[in-house]
Design a protein around this ligand. Structure first.
Ligand code: A2H
Length: 252
């Protein structure tokens, strides 16, 4: 937890199907899992979205009547950042647990996969960002490893009601990094022999390597953005997501 304010992009992944507990009351509403990311330019590589099974999430109603699923803490912060009518008074229409969200289909902006799924990540911190994390296994070691855990472990999938189809998504090459290639997180996790999402120390090293090298030396390889440096792409993509109504700026 730094003392510096952190500037995130909140990316909205719309639920294509509601959890049982919401089906009647919210049938006509647009409901989004709202994920906080520092890497807007990687949204082309989304394969799923992470929630904390034991986490409790608010159904936060924004000033424009959208419903955002995020932590209470994030909802309160949002209410100070022009997303609520009254400052400091977030409207809460109910709560859901992460468990209830598991396995639900979503649409993730900019991802080539038309439908992705909400999956369990045990290392989510509820006191950071929104408590929801979008997953880019090509460039985020944590995401790659957690998705591999679910792919490799049928018992883990069963425990959370996750099917093979929900995890059957390949990492997407979106950024080329000198020496690390176009699936940096995969390369680094393999070469460091990281075997679990709970391998916290190694994952922190892997993350640092991918992040620093990727940000300064990486180039985009997605269509229409070929050769744009990652550090230049970030704001271009962020602005595009915001303009299209798929993201907002968020500070904490
Ligand atoms: B990043 P910082 Cl491709 N708990 O987004 C755990 N992790 C969280 C979180 C929470 N409550 N909220 C956000 N995060 C993740 C993309 C990404 C991210 C890529 C590469 C690196 C990377 C796709 N996942 O982060 O502690 C989110 O994952 C490495 C810096 O505030 C968010 O950005 O610095 C990042 O951690 C925020 O971490």
């Amino acid at each position: 937890e730094g003392v510096q304010p952190q500037e995130y992009t909140m990316v909205k992944l719309q639920l294509k199907q509601l959890p049982e507990s919401m089906k009647e009351k919210f049938a006509e509403r647009n409901v989004y899992l709202v994920a906080a990311t520092l890497r807007a330019e990687t949204m082309f590589g989304q394969t799923n979205c992470w929630v904390l099974p034991k986490g409790e999430y608010w159904l936060y109603e924004t000033v424009t009547k959208e419903i955002w699923v995020l932590s209470e803490r994030a909802a309160t912060n949002c209410s100070y950042q022009e997303f609520s009518k009254e400052m400091g008074k977030p409207v809460c229409l109910g709560t859901v647990t992460g468990k209830e969200l598991l396995g639900l289909p979503l649409s993730a902006p900019l991802s080539p996969y038309e439908t992705v799924y909400a999956l369990p990540l045990m290392t989510i911190k509820m006191n950071k960002g929104t408590g929801i994390v979008t997953s880019v296994p090509s460039d985020a070691p944590d995401d790659y490893r957690a998705l591999q855990d679910l792919k490799e472990n049928a018992e883990l999938r069963e425990k959370y009601g996750i099917t093979e189809e929900m995890v059957n998504f390949d990492p997407i090459p979106i950024i080329e990094i000198p020496e690390l290639g176009n699936l940096a997180a995969v390369t680094v996790c393999k070469s460091m022999k990281i075997k679990s999402q709970h391998s916290v120390k190694k994952l922190a090293q892997a993350k640092e390597l991918c992040y620093t090298k990727g940000f300064y030396e990486g180039k985009m390889i997605v269509k229409g953005m070929e050769d744009v440096l990652v550090k230049d792409a970030k704001d271009i993509i962020k602005d595009r997501l915001i303009k299209e109504g798929n993201a907002v700026n968020y500070c904490e």
